[in-house]
Design a protein around this ligand. Structure first.
Ligand code: C6P
Length: 407
């Protein structure tokens, strides 16, 4: 499959919205789903549906094979050393909360440091605030450069021997910048700290190898990479996962249960209590096959090229401010138009069938740093084209003209 005929694989993109062919530029919020993923979920429910790890009957075996097969696919996709290092989750938020609650609270003491950045999504910020509040640890921030990027010299200054935990996003959902996570991991480890990478915006767009980065934990969501909502995974180094206590207790995560106490299975099963999202894992596996067939390097190149093209075209729009660095960024552009609220921009261009996101993007501290109450954001994925961007930029021009006419 080439990138040119990919659009045909997404049934939802074949429709008109408000009388115009849909241009979907909100994939950073959630991506659309290709036919192969929708079909895989349908096939699972029509042929194989049963609970996993429980029944000895044929459907139970098939469902278990499909679920565990998806774990193998995730392991390979992110370059983990062992399949047991992949915990299925509901998404990035759940994965980060598991680490911040189970791992971090067991190791943090008063005066220890947790280091994050001001560009973190609330899902990689509030769990660490809560861990700090619960343990007396100090939450520290790596400062941002004027363009929103991170300087390694500042990372060196912020991470100290008192730092026990570092948590950084690989790609910012607002600035689009790709952070130097491998170098940050090296600095964290040199100081005796562990590092978690928020992979929500990187995993859909670029080749990820957790062993190469040498991160201790890596969390991502399926729904931003062509898989269903409610799917995702947390990677954790095996020796760390097996030291961590579960935070949910119940069926299938146990080894032995006595009247007064219980013991747990090894990772990842100790973290997957209850009936999991089996169809979600099947869909995630199908999405990984789909993306791998196209090739993550090709997708990365495509998304970066589109973002660069969009930045170039958007720069010529009257009164526009584009946020984030001009280099080293992937497929999204966040902006504001002078005198027009971001929500109004998104509403007006929706009338022309163009979907973008507006608001604080779950990054209130970053919005304050940008001195913006809200921003608009166009985000691109493998099914977008330059023609989509041309329509979007024309629509921005129409918006500027419309608001000038009513002033
Ligand atoms: N960002 C956006 O429109 P969940 O909701 O758990 O799948 O992902 C949370 C999350 C964590 N980190 C980053 C960097 C993210 O971008 C997100 C989700 C969406 O930007 C929804 S707010």
């Amino acid at each position: 499959m080439t990138l040119t005929d990919i659009r045909d694989q997404f049934p939802i993109l074949q429709q008109e919205v408000n009388g115009h062919p849909l241009v979907y530029l909100d994939s950073a919020a959630t991506s659309q789903k290709p036919r192969v993923v929708i079909e895989a979920i349908k096939r699972y429910y029509e042929l194989d549906n049963a609970n996993v790890h429980r029944g000895v009957h044929t459907l139970g075996t098939r469902a278990t094979d499909a679920y565990e097969g998806a774990r193998d696919k995730v392991q390979k996709f992110i370059g983990a050393a062992h399949r047991e290092e992949i915990v299925f989750t509901r998404g990035t938020t759940t994965g980060i909360n598991l680490v911040a609650t189970s791992y971090a609270r067991s190791v943090l003491k008063e005066g220890d440091e947790i280091v994050i950045t001001p560009m973190e999504h609330h899902s990689n910020l509030i769990p660490w605030q809560q861990a700090a509040l619960a343990t007396g640890a100090v939450l520290k921030y790596i400062p941002l450069q004027e363009d929103g990027s991170i300087l390694l010299a500042d990372v060196e200054k912020t991470i100290t021997e008192r730092t026990r935990m570092v948590a950084v996003t690989y790609v910012s959902n607002v600035l689009g910048v790709v952070n130097p996570v491998k170098e940050i991991a090296e600095i964290a480890h040199r100081n005796g700290a562990k590092i978690l990478i928020d992979g929500a915006q990187s995993t859909p767009h670029m080749k990820v190898n957790v062993q190469e980065i040498d991160c201790d934990f890596y969390a991502f969501s399926g729904h931003k990479m062509c898989a269903p909502t409610g799917s995702g995974a947390l990677y954790g180094k095996r020796e760390l996962l097996n030291k961590m206590e579960p935070i949910e207790f119940g069926g299938e995560m146990i080894d032995f249960v006595e009247l007064q106490s219980s013991s747990w299975k090894e990772a990842p099963y100790r973290f997957e209590g209850g009936t999991p999202n089996i169809a979600g894992a099947v869909g995630l596996g199908a999405a990984i096959d789909f993306l791998s067939e196209i090739g993550m390097d090709a997708i990365d190149k495509h998304d970066r090229r589109l973002a660069a093209y969009a930045m170039e075209q958007m720069s010529a729009v009257e009164g526009i401010t584009i946020y984030g660095p001009s280099r080293n960024r992937t497929g999204l552009v966040t902006f504001n138009l002078d005198e027009v609220h971001a929500h109004d921009v998104a509403t007006v261009i929706d009338n022309e069938g163009i979907a973008i996101r507006a608001g604080h993007h779950c990054c209130q501290p970053l919005m304050r740093w940008l001195k913006a109450s809200a921003t608009a954001r166009a985000s691109f994925y493998l099914y977008n084209t330059e023609a989509d961007i041309d329509r979007f930029v024309q629509s921005l021009r129409n918006t500027v003209r419309f608001f000038q006419s009513i002033e």
